[in-house]
Write a protein that binds this ligand. Structure first.
Ligand SMILES: [Zn+2]
Length: 463
């Protein structure tokens, strides 16, 4: 099989009726391994030649590039941590000590949002940029976008964010038309564009898409579901895979909602949900090798249904900003390894970010997992909540304080019964003790469900 990805935009239209964007999405495990090991060898040879950063890193770990031949051999290599990348960027601006291409060959740069401190920059050569387009095209195709579609862009177009220009480039690459309004244009402008242009698809963050859907009657005098949007593609924050949030989006917009996942370091989007809506497939196994790290044992574990851990990524075929065994911080659960669509890549959902993880009396707790349960309890709640981290660091021996907004439907026992039901569900599902407080609707800013942890300093006066 030839996995050369160069093609002209016109060729994209031949794919409109295909099962998937690229045939490797349907390939067997053995075939994927063959391609990955071939490309891994090429990537390591490239790094040996071009990367001071990885030459030093492997020398410090007393490993030679030649010792790594198989996927399993990757485990001999040290991880690359975000902190190392940040230090590398600070040591040599703008692209860091890990830049492994001639600066003259850089054609594009993007910035990560940088959850802590200043943004970090990623460099792309022409080949890197094309790889990004290809990876995202596979995702958007799985998500339901087809060549010839018009796609309303409701992610931010600003700040160098990969949800901006790179999403537009990928849509162009696959023969679709991006309507580049962006979340920065505000709900009003986006909804008016939607009314004028009548796009078949819309892409954006799930909570913002809900906000748009709720605003449509006020701004346009019509329901979002009357705008004719058939596909709603969400990502950039957890939520799209939570049944209550997905249902809300589909009810508001009247179309099918699918989720995607990626990140600035490896590309734009590389995991995507198909029509089966049962988790996001890895669709880019010829560009990224994925490993699943069990945080408790520190071991790499197989992608089997129910397995949970942190995603570790190795880019294969990357030039400017390559990464070996990159600790992504995305904590995921494997939902399945086969699918009605025929894709063979494992299906996952993202549970949360390891940086956000709290340890409550020894149990690992993700605020996004709490949010998922609170969202499931609509209309007793309205899905809006905050975790109060009123302790230093990430660890507490006490009950975790969770503040939840009251929903439109009151339980017979009122707030006391709602508090007790939430505490029971959190204890049963996530195995920790919560101290829940019920507050009125609109206590917290909307849409803001992505940020669900309040630190000690931000603790609001709710008395
Ligand atoms: Zn599928």
């Amino acid at each position: 099989m030839d996995y050369d990805m160069r093609f002209r935009r016109a060729d994209a239209f031949d794919k409109a009726e295909a099962k998937c964007w690229h045939e490797i999405e349907l390939a067997s495990k053995a075939e994927i391994r063959r391609v990955q090991e071939e490309k891994l060898a090429m990537q390591l040879a490239y790094l040996k030649e071009n990367s001071d950063f990885y030459r030093d890193k492997l020398a410090n770990a007393r490993i030679s590039f030649d010792e790594v031949r198989s996927i399993e051999d990757l485990q001999k290599l040290p991880y690359t941590f975000k902190t190392e990348i940040r230090e590398s960027l600070a040591a040599r601006k703008p692209f860091g000590l890990h830049l492994a291409a001639d600066p003259h060959d850089i054609i594009q740069m993007q910035a990560s949002s940088g959850t802590t401190g200043s943004p970090s920059y990623v460099a792309l050569t022409e080949a890197d940029a094309e790889m990004w387009h290809e990876m995202s095209a596979r995702c958007f195709f799985a998500n339901g976008v087809r060549p010839g579609d018009t796609v309303l862009h409701a992610f931010s177009m600003a700040k160098g964010f990969v949800g901006g220009i790179p999403v537009m480039q990928a849509l162009q690459y696959m023969g679709a038309v991006d309507v580049p309004i962006g979340a920065d244009g505000g709900a009003d402008r986006l909804l008016r564009a939607c009314e004028d242009i009548r796009p078949r698809c819309i892409v954006g963050a799930p909570n913002f898409i809900i906000h748009l859907g709720e605003k449509a009657p006020e701004i346009l005098g019509m329901k979002a579901s009357d705008l004719g949007v058939a596909r709603i593609i969400v990502g950039g924050e957890p939520g799209g895979g939570i049944p209550a949030i997905r249902n809300r989006i589909e009810e508001l917009w009247g179309g099918k909602c699918t989720e995607m996942l990626g990140g600035t370091d490896l590309g734009v989007t590389y995991w995507a949900e198909c029509d089966d809506q049962s988790g996001m497939h890895m669709v880019n196994m010829d560009h990224i090798i994925t490993e699943l790290l069990d945080p408790d044992s520190g071991k790499i574990i197989p992608f089997e249904k129910g397995a949970q851990g942190e995603m570790v990524y190795t880019a294969i075929g990357r030039q400017a900003s390559p990464l070996l065994r990159f600790r992504s911080g995305d904590f995921i659960e494997v939902l399945g390894t086969s699918c009605s669509c025929g894709r063979t890549g494992p299906k996952i959902r993202c549970i949360g970010r390891t940086d956000d993880m709290l340890i409550v009396r020894g149990a690992n707790v993700f605020p996004s997992a709490i949010h998922s349960i609170i969202s499931d309890m609509v209309p007793s709640t309205n899905g809006i909540m905050r975790v109060v981290a009123d302790f230093e660091g990430h660890t507490t021996q006490g009950a975790l304080k969770v503040i939840v907004e009251r929903g439109p439907d009151q339980l017979p026992g009122g707030d006391a019964e709602l508090k007790s039901q939430i505490e029971t569900r959190l204890r049963n599902a996530l195995v920790f003790k919560a101290d829940v407080r019920i507050v009125p609707t609109d206590t917290f800013e909307k849409p803001g469900a992505a940020k669900v942890t309040l630190t000690l300093r931000e603790y609001p006066d709710l008395s």
